[in-house]
Design a protein around this ligand. Structure first.
Ligand code: CMC
Length: 427
């Protein structure tokens, strides 16, 4: 067994920490006995060096900039499979055959609809409320509509079929909730889902339709958005997935855990970056201003950061951003693109990729850098960009929830702290 010897230089005492090897990527040393041996904890704020679980869902090769779901490269999945096939893969570990796909697609379509009482929730939100706020609230509210899973005592009482039903509800209903949240926020009449439409087409339909009016939806638009969903489907132990796992570890209801994931995703350092990128490109306004903003991004005294750049894990070009850049080139011929935004984005990338600051820190475009320009071309409202990330990621959250929930001895997540506050005070 390979080990790392850790020595406490105060006492000279040593202990060997076993090295655990993953199927790919950096190994980890097992410090489960650290406190027992040394009466010490490890200090790793933001958990950048911490492996929090074993997982079989998604693998990121940080150095090479590669992403695999259940072993399949993201490029092949994005090219050859649709989003629902990728959902099936993430949930079950296998790609569906034709019959399995047909059954899965049918089940998802049946779950598009919301309970009428849930529909009433949307009208309680003020005009102009951000759809992310409504989305996280409505998903948390699903716990009230679907009580199963509330009694969670341990893995032995866990029925795998209930997991699949839960997964279908999450995947099927979140697009409807997102579309409704948007329509209500701007006062548009409600549109019910259309079961005759495939998942992604149905979502575009719910965004665009008016009563008794058939919106135009091009195949290339469905394909582009479907690929965006696929590219967001899962990404290892990112902040929102970690939030889902932490809530799961308490034994809380799964929809409550997913709602926590939605809230965590909203921040501009995470899924909120796609909206922030477009705001930033608009603020830059012209290619002539790019140099100035690059200088701001490099200035330690300026809080400005290039949105859509950098990644905690990838130290190479985000493979998802590469695919999105290609999609942009493909759709350009059929759909009108905001060329001004695109030119600014290309210029930022060109300068940043040859600039010492970005090179030395391994800062490359991430998934959010180009997705917003595609979504703008699809006429998706800006405040729906992050809900679109939610729609894509919902399956990953469910798969990761299930993985943790299936552990024989699921433990509550409970990190420690270094207490630095006042001591020995008396009234
Ligand atoms: N612009 C300018 N400098 C940056 C940027 C950026 N976008 N990102 C990182 N840096 C610098 C940072 O200032 C630091 O410099 P120094 O070493 O001199 O202090 C260095 O690079 C390392 O940055 P960090 O903040 O320690 O890196 P992190 O791993 O904690 O943060 C990140 C990763 C994604 C939060 C960060 O790169 C960032 O804020 N990017 C912009 C927001 C963004 O695009 N988020 C979407 C991430 S991908 C989608 C998702 O999965 O959510």
């Amino acid at each position: 067994m390979d080990t790392v010897t850790l020595t406490d230089n105060r006492s000279g005492k040593s202990f060997d920490a076993a090295i655990k090897y993953p199927k790919g990527g950096t190994p980890a040393m097992d410090i489960a006995d650290l406190h027992k041996e040394f009466e010490l904890y490890s200090f790793d704020p933001s958990l950048g060096n911490t492996v929090s679980c074993e997982s079989k869902v998604t693998h990121l090769n940080a150095k090479e900039g590669k992403l695999y779901h259940r072993g399949y490269p993201i490029e092949e999945l994005a090219q050859e499979k649709n989003y629902l096939e990728v959902c099936y893969l993430l949930l079950t570990g296998e790609l569906p055959d034709t019959q399995q796909y047909g059954e899965f697609d049918d089940l998802i379509r049946k779950r598009y609809f919301l309970h009428e009482k849930l529909n009433r929730l949307f009208s309680a939100f003020p005009d102009d409320s951000h759809p992310m706020s409504t989305l996280s609230s409505a998903v948390a509210a699903l716990t009230s509509f679907y009580h199963n899973f509330i009694e969670i005592h341990g893995s032995t009482d866990f029925d795998v079929n209930e997991y699949y039903v839960m997964a279908q509800r999450i995947i099927g209903k979140i697009p409807t909730i997102a579309a409704q949240a948007y329509r209500q926020s701007v006062g548009l009449p409600s549109i019910y889902p259309d079961m005759d439409r495939y998942f992604t087409e149905n979502f575009l339909y719910m965004l665009r339709a008016y009563p008794n009016n058939e919106p135009e939806i091009k195949d290339i638009e469905i394909k582009a958005l479907d690929t965006i969903f696929t590219l967001h489907a899962d990404h290892g132990q990112n902040a929102s997935t970690t939030a889902v796992r932490v809530v799961c570890s308490t034994g809380a209801h799964p929809y409550a855990a997913i709602s926590a994931g939605i809230s965590a995703l909203w921040g501009p350092k995470h899924g909120g970056a796609n909206e922030a990128v477009i705001n930033q490109l608009k603020a830059i306004g012209s290619v002539d201003n790019v140099e100035k903003y690059i200088r701001k991004a490099k200035d330690k005294n300026d809080p400005f950061r290039l949105m859509g750049f950098g990644h905690r894990v990838y130290k190479n070009y985000d493979p998802r951003a590469k695919i999105l850049k290609k999609i942009l080139e493909e759709i350009k011929t059929e759909i009108e693109i905001d060329n001004k935004l695109l030119e600014i984005a290309y210029k930022i990338e060109e300068i940043a990729l040859s600039d010492e600051y970005f090179i030395s820190r391994n800062l490359y475009p991430n998934v959010d850098f180009y997705s917003g320009i595609i979504l703008t071309a699809l006429k998706i409202p800006l405040n729906m960009f992050t809900p679109i990330f939610v729609i894509g990621r919902s399956v990953g959250w469910v798969a990761q929830w299930f993985e943790l929930r299936s552990e024989e001895n699921m433990k509550i997540t409970r990190p420690r702290q270094l207490y630095m506050g006042d001591v020995n005070k008396h009234l």
